[in-house]
Each structure stands twice: as structure tokens, then as C-alpha cells.
Design a protein around this ligand. Sequence first.
Ligand code: PFF
Length: 478
Amino acid sequence: MDNTKRENFGSKLGIIMATAGSALGLGNIYRFPCEAGANGGAAFLIVYLAIALLIGTPLMMAEFIIGRRSRSNPIGAFRKLDKTSAEGGKARKSPFTLVGYLGVLSAFLILAFYTTVAGWTLGYLGKSIAGHFGGQDLAGIQQQFSDFTSHPWLPLVCQGAFLLLTAVVVMRGVKDGIERWSKILMPLLLVIMVVLCIKSLTLSGANEGLRFFLKPDFSKIDAGVLISALGQCFFSLSIGMGALITYGSYIDKNDNMLSSAVSVTLADTLVAVLAGIVIFPAAFSFGIQPEAGASLAFTTLPMVFQQMTGGYFFCLIFFLLLVIATLTSTISLLEVIVAALSEELHLSRTRAAIIGTVGTAIIGVLATLSFRPGSPLHIGGTTVFDLLDHATAMYLMPIGGLLIVLFVGWRMKRADVMDEMTNGKWKENSGKMKEGCTTAAPRRHSTFHSQLSTLIYLIIRYLAPVAIAIIFISQLLK
Ligand code: PFF
């Protein structure tokens, strides 16, 4: 594909917002509390924070580097870079060329089950507009959740509507569709989460929930907690499957990817922690089990709104923002599929979006229907939904992430990687920034950026692969 024809994000804020848009979503507000609740609360949180900091940002950088260097979708990216990275410039094809396919497969499977819950958010937006939660007690709200998720067609209609909405935005292209939405609405989500935290912390009995979430019992950390936290971190930061390779391919060559990666990791982690601070104190206060799983966020939050002055209004705004946060995530998932299909098979964006959407819908319907009681859509006692969730977060994303860091750390040339990380200001021999590269920025900044880039490179090359491999293997041996 002609590089000059590729669209770029319009501004530095654009990349941060689009990447944050991909990262922030159901992973933070729905999946994080589910996983933390099932894995000991604070013990999970500690492991999660360590992984986000040590592996999250470096892996995000690795994906940006692959994307911007290749200016290609994940499949094309590995093919192109594999060729140019071969020692002596010889075109020796390595198995790394398969990693891009793995990423596109992951995007497809994630989008399929993600749109199940995305559909619920749309349904819950409808319920909050209609005032369905007003005057309900816990049993009533729990009943509403099970009635809604097991309804024969309503969740399917919501899922279909959500997919359609995603497809329409993706067809319009990266800049117009993705960037504009994220820029305005993601900060607003942060504000509403803070308001919710304040309310939740003032509920009676909130302390016990806060203790569950923030006071770690280290003896609870085992292989299961490690892999769950790793999978959750990859899922939440949208890493390990090519979404950020795709977005990286739209980043301008002068943009500072490192500060974007750090900002997005921090913002994403902050929203997840805030979600925990909203949900656990409230859950303990209302007597909802922290292991409640899928229903945790969808029962706890409406209960919190019930207790608030102006609860109707806050509930409505919250679910509207959640729908939008979810939409910016589904957009990034469909974009992986569309970029790959349109560039690899030379299809128009519209055609690629239609194929991606229909394919996702077929699997997605099975995930949604597997919530119906007595549904035959269980494989080995697990719903199709959980199966897709586990297969991607616990297997495909960690494997994808491992291969991505190995590729950048060991297959790509160090000079190319550092060049990307420092926007062409890396001087190979001295390991420092090139002279005269810092006309606009003070010298201290340049040294810091250079040292941080080196540190991230070393993490990508050594620490990240070892840590991911150990966690992944320890889970297999459990
Ligand atoms: N990061 C998203 C969330 O936390 O909801 C989910 C997601 C989006 C995962 C895009 C992967 C992805 F490529």
C-alpha cells in the first residue's frame, strides 16, 4: 500500500485519545472488578499494578514501534519488518510473520464476545432512560439483570445495534470517526467515576469493601492470580493482539509515542482502580458477593445510583458514557480486522467492514445466547462467552504479547527500534541522542527521554519476555 495515502492521527492529543479510547472500556468497568473479585481483591490489584507498569507500557511501545515503522496492518507489518530486519538485509522469512494473523484472529474473537456486553450497556442505557431502576430493591435489580441477559431476543438486538454503530464509525475512517469521539468524552468518564467513588465510599459498610480491594493478603497470590492479572492487563490496555500496531501505523513520525504510552497506561489503570473503589465498597454495603461475576457491575452500579440525589440523571449520563467508552473500544477492534482485510485483500474499507461485522455477528450471537438458562451453548461446562474470554485473555493475548516483545527485542535491529522510540534522534554508536536534536526542548528532557527509551528497550528485550513466559507456563503447569 502506498504509505502517503495512509491517514494519520491529526495531533498528539489525537493518538493519546484514540489509544485511550481503545483501552478504556468494559475491560475497566466490567471485567476488572469481575477478575479482582474472583481473585482475592487487593492481591489481584497489586499484581495487576506491577504488570501494568513493568510490562504494559513497554509492550504498548513495542506495538507502536511495529505499527509506525511498517505503516501497515498487523499482518503486513510483521511481513514487512521481518524482511527488513533479517541480518544483512537478506529476505529470510521467519515464523514471526504468523504473529499478525494471530492478532487479527484475537481481535475477531474478542469483538465477538465483547459486543455481547456492549449490547447490555446499550440495553442498560435504555433502562436508565425509562427509569427502570427507580424504587427497586437489590432483588429487583438482580432480577432485571437476569431477565435482560436471558431474554430471547433483546440482548441480540442490542448487540446487533452496537455492531452496526461500530461498523458505521469505522467505515468513515480513522481520523473523523475515532479521534473526534474520544477526545471529548473520555475525560468526562473520568469525572463521573470520581463522583461515583465519593458516593460509594460514603455508603454504610463501605469500609469492608475498601479493605477487600486495597489491603492485600499476599498468600492469595498464586499462578491463577498471576495469569488472570496478566490477561486482564493485556485486555484492558488493548495489547498483545495488534490493535495498537494498527493505531501505531497512523501515528505521525514526529509524535512522541513514549509519552503517549505512559499517559494511556496511567489513565487506564486509574479508571480501573476507580471502578474498583466504586464497586467493592458498594457491593459489600448492599450484600452483593464480590465473586458475583458478570452481574457485579450491572447490579452494583444501578444500586449506587438509587442512593444518590439526582440518581436518575447520573445513571443516564453514566450509561451513555459507558456506551461511548465501549464504542471507542469496539471501533479499535473492528479497525484491526478492516485494516487487515482492506490492505491484504485490497478490499474497500466499506466491504472490509461489512465482512468483519457479519463474521463477528455470527460468533457473537452464540456468545450472547450462551447466557440463556439451559442453553446448549456450553462447551465442557463453560459458556461460549467465557470460553472466548478465557481463550483470548489467558492464551492468545499473552502468546501474542510474548511474540511481539521477542520480535521487537530480538528480531528487529536495535538501531531501528531506538530510532522509532526517539523519533530518529538516536545515535547508534554512543547510545545517546544525536547532537542538535533538541532545539525545542531543554537538554535535560532529551537525556531523560533517551534513558527511558533505553530502559524500555531493555525491558522489551529481557524482562517482558521472561515475565510473560514464566506466568504463562506456571499457569499451564498448575
Ligand atoms: N481495552 C478494552 C477494554 O478495556 O474494554 C478492550 C479491548 C479493546 C481489548 C481493543 C483489545 C482491543 F484490541
